[in-house]
Design a protein. Structure first.
Length: 312
């Protein structure tokens, strides 16, 4: 029986920052290209994500990987922490077919997950959720798919990702055309994600981040990598026609002037968020009820009148 199952669960979103069909096409093209040449950043972050799972002293027999691409998470996880089965899903059918080599895989939209409630012990997502329009809805669905006290761990690009590229393209477009258009995806920040985790119903939510710097010969090599990873512009308000070549030539000049290291290579920053939360369970530590405290703050304060002359 074929492991790859395809389910088209596209639905019209209330929030439309991203063109999800464009995200799908970008993933399709990346999967059908030389994926192994361009997946190094995805794999690096996946390894860091798996390291965090290994630190959790619990087994996770049935695991879900949301936005699996070609299956790096399942491949790297390789049965650690008692994982017996990984169910992988990706928006792209081509990605799901490739992920099939590392376990059960299906094509499904992160915004409309086809999984029953209380199914999985662990849910993972690696560098995928930043393309989701309805992120609160996706987080709720992931939480619902987890068993009580199930663990959710995810990574996604955040706030300062590609800040150098953003800076240079914006300035180049102003220089060449006198105007601006959306060319780099907007990203969430720490406060946004912490609030969203709480709203989605996760217990003990934690959000932290780190920066990964990658160097390139020039800006065009960076753009080639982004295209090869399927991480090119999918903002709904993006420019739909071919861009003026002068904009990119000017941006490359600015990049070389502003963001070059001692070896003469340009550098690109990837801001990676780590999300950590648990499906609610009665065994988890709970905050004390409001007004239930039995100790007064006054007990810890010094009464000036009681001070001796030497203490004053």
């Amino acid at each position: 029986m074929e492991n790859a199952i395809f389910a088209d669960n596209m639905t019209e979103n209330q929030i439309n920052i991203f063109d999800r069909q464009a995200v799908r096409r970008n993933r399709q093209r990346a999967a059908q290209g030389d994926w192994g040449r361009y997946d190094f950043l995805i794999r690096e972050v996946a390894e860091r994500l798996i390291d965090r799972i290994v630190d959790v002293k619990r087994d996770f027999p049935l695991t879900l990987d949301v936005g699996a691409r070609c299956g790096a998470v399942s491949e790297i996880l390789d049965g650690q922490r008692g994982v017996e089965c990984v169910v992988q899903c990706d928006l792209s059918e081509a990605m799901a077919k490739a992920a099939n080599a590392h376990g059960l895989a299906l094509a499904a939209d992160e915004e409309w997950l086809p999984f029953a409630e209380h199914t999985f012990d662990l849910a993972l997502s690696n560098i995928s959720l930043h393309w989701v329009n309805d992120l609160p809805g996706s987080l709720v669905q992931i939480r619902q798919a987890l068993k009580p006290d199930g663990l959710f761990l995810a990574t996604m690009f955040g706030g300062q990702t590609l800040q150098e590229l953003r800076d240079c393209i914006m300035q180049a477009e102003i220089d060449v055309t006198g105007g601006l258009s959306p060319r780099v995806s907007p990203y969430a920040d720490t406060n946004d994600l912490g609030g969203l985790m709480q709203r989605a119903g996760f217990g003990l939510p934690v959000v932290d981040s780190e920066y990964i710097t990658v160097t390139y010969d020039n800006m065009f090599k960076l753009l080639e990598d982004l295209r090869g990873m399927g991480e090119v512009n999918a903002v709904n308000e993006r420019v739909r026609h071919f861009s003026n070549r002068k904009i990119f030539m000017r941006a490359a000049e600015l990049y070389a002037e502003r963001y070059t290291n001692e070896e003469g290579r340009i550098f690109a920053t990837f801001h990676v968020f780590y999300l950590h939360g648990w499906a609610p369970h009665s065994s988890q530590q709970q905050p004390a009820a409001r007004g239930s405290g039995t100790t007064s703050l006054a007990d810890f304060l010094v009464d000036d009148k009681s001070l001796t002359e030497s203490e004053k």
